[in-house]
Design a binder for this molecule. Sequence first.
Ligand code: UT7
Length: 336
Amino acid sequence: MAGNIPLMIAGIGYCVPEAVITNEDLKKLYETSDEWIYTRTGIKERRVVSGNETAIDLGLKAAQNAILKANISTDEIDCIISASSVPPQLYPTLACTIQAKLGIKDTIPAFDMTAACTGLIYALQIARGFIGAGLYKTILIVAADNNSKITDWTDRGTSILFGDGAGAMVVKASVDGVDDILSLKISANGSIGQMIQTNMPSQCCPLVKQADEVGTGKIIMDGKEVYKFAVTTVPKYVEECIALSGLTAEEIDYLIPHQANQRIIESIQNRLKYTDDKVISNIRYYGNTSAASIPIALAEGVEQGKIKLGSTAVLCGFGAGMTWGGAVVRLREGIC
Ligand code: UT7
């Protein structure tokens, strides 16, 4: 427990856009094949926003679904944290925009924080601190990412991976004294941050010397290095999170990992010696939706009957920064 007041996960929701881009579709953009993409990543298709749709629309729907499941009124929300690495606009922030769209009149705090694909776990740690310290009672976390808008659609090494989506969680001061966070750890190593970069287009004041390079605003990734980082760091880290929880790996019901690459998911699965039914993977249909990937996998897993509630799960994420994090959580009945 981070403070004195334990936290309960009260509701989870998700939303993905309608438009589907299959591996076959990508052949219209560059030379590739379904076989190449699927064998290396486990991805068959991804969803993308289209027209005027943005991650804000997805985040709003995910938030409404989570609020419904949590069975609360929007008046009860006293803080909104958005975990988005790719919001459609820098400001007003995604959290402030969601606050307005939910019709929350109270001047509660609402802010965005970025930990890329680890965003949900970082946000959960912040919420845990806030609730634990008694600062806020009911926090809405929205993880909504618009990767397709900053993907370099000419780069076949990265554009095959990403998709858009949103997940949301309502967390509250626990009503029964039971803490739903059994353990939670977050980490970062900025010295290897160049592995995944998005440098925004910018300029210096026209009266001074300009920078040598101007950002493209697109994702630039050293896929091989990210892959090596993920398979060496994350499985070990997940084991540490499990040890911290006081449970053994066998006692935990599900692994719900960030959906970055099926082979990375399997490296964690193998380390934990989990059978397939304990591992939630939907990367085949959505690709990597950054911070949204864990809550989408969780909420959809429940919807599809792959996850039975009244259980425990280990969540883990990693991504740009580089950041990574893991949590062992209780999944109460009725949360999604
Ligand atoms: O949240 C974190 C997000 N990032 C990740 O999780 C990324 C982790 N990394 C990966 O998943 C893998 O590195 C990738 C799937 C991105 C790439 O797989 P790889 O085995 O590392 O391939 P590569 O980039 O080394 O490329 C191997 C070959 C190259 O050809 P040459 O130079 O050997 O002739 C590429 O040009 O495959 C070629 N290639 C492709 N061929 C067909 C790269 N992309 C494609 C493609 N279709 N889409």
